[in-house]
Design a protein around this ligand. Structure first.
Ligand code: PBG
Length: 333
């Protein structure tokens, strides 16, 4: 081009007024894009604060139903259930596939009381193992893949039988998506969807979650690096996604969120299928802690992160701020 762009072109023209900024906004967010992760405990009328996740509580099923009703009325698509198992933690995680366990009971109660909200049940053994790892361990402390997958399949069937809409394998064992898909199909659960935690990194941002589900103490100093992805890698995340697509995943997930937007964008670009992103507990805790100090504005920063996830390619966002965001979008405070 011969003529210099400036001064005839001024990018700020469209930014000058609210109406034109709104007109050219490239990305939208609605409550339907949100998935609310919740922590469920045994008992009735129980709530417990979680110190490292201000504003988040563990709740008993009866209270969860009230909260789910509100989330549904705000237009939130789904809730993701995470059980806090206070007893019954064992080396082989038998409680994970107990049809009368906490998760199946919560799923049945929610489906009966709040049929409009989607229910996502996690598939991983960490709430149920005495060592706090996501699978079955051998004598050396290594998680044995195929034996773990066999248990995950039982757990997924238990969730499907209870009526979960989605099962969400978050364990990162090899081959679990295919094994779960074929077991679901064989049992007639052809409509049960799989949202695969495909690109799940070995992240220190999960710290507050491990406090919330009570696996932190049991895990001690051990890590999950032998099964979750090295955070330095992104090609490897793409390979994981490709395998899960081939094995039958309906949706993929990238986790954590904010430090992994590059991975999210790559996954969306590569597979052109619905991708979820998980704004994990540590990300939420950072926002809350800085806001509590007056250093950040929780509302503005949360909404910005959610839009940025959408911009990077996320269809759905798991966030502990789902209800806050949905209320604000409705104009409530
Ligand atoms: C474990 C699981 C984790 C999270 C969800 N499922 C933690 C982990 O892998 O140790 C983390 C979620 C969060 O930090 O909010 N199956």
């Amino acid at each position: 081009m011969n003529t210099p762009a400036y001064p005839s072109i001024r990018m700020r023209r469209l930014r000058r007024d609210a109406f034109s900024r709104n007109m050219v906004r490239e990305t939208s967010l609605s409550a339907a894009n949100l998935i609310w992760p919740v922590f469920v405990i045994e008992g009735a009328q129980r709530t417990q604060a979680i110190a490292s996740m201000p504003g988040v509580e563990r709740v008993s099923v009866d209270i969860l139903i009230e909260r789910a009703r509100e989330a549904a009325s705000l237009g939130i698509s789904a809730i993701a259930l995470f059980p806090v198992i206070e007893s019954a933690k064992t080396p082989f995680a038998e409680e994970a596939y107990n049809d009368d366990g906490l998760v199946p009971r919560a799923v049945r109660a929610l489906k009966a009381a709040v049929p409009d909200i989607g229910i996502i049940a996690d598939v991983a053994l960490d709430p149920y193992t005495s060592h706090g790892q996501d699978g079955i361990m051998d004598d050396t402390g290594y998680l044995i893949n195929d034996e773990t997958v066999a248990v995950l399949v039982k757990q997924a069937l238990t969730h499907a039988k209870a009526g979960a809409d989605f099962v969400a394998p978050s364990d990162m064992m090899d081959g679990r998506i295919g094994a779960i898909r074929s077991a679901l199909d064989d049992a007639g659960f052809i409509h049960t969807k799989i949202i695969a935690y495909s690109a799940k990194f070995a992240s220190a941002f999960y710290g507050p979650f491990r406090d919330a589900v009570g696996s932190a103490g049991n895990l001690g100093k051990s890590s999950k690096e032998t099964y979750q992805i090295d955070f330095a890698n992104s090609d490897e995340a793409i390979r994981e996604c490709a395998l899960d697509v081939e094995e039958g995943a309906d949706m993929l997930m990238v986790k954590p969120g904010l430090p992994y937007l590059d991975v999210l964008a790559r996954v969306k670009d590569e597979f052109k299928m619905p991708v979820a992103v998980y704004q994990v507990s540590g990300e939420f805790a950072m926002l809350k802690a800085a806001s509590a100090n007056g250093w950040l504005d929780y509302k503005k920063c949360l909404m910005e992160t959610l839009i940025c996830f959408r911009r990077a390619g996320a269809s759905a966002i798991l966030t502990y701020g789902a209800v806050d965001a949905a209320r604000w979008m409705k104009g409530e405070s």
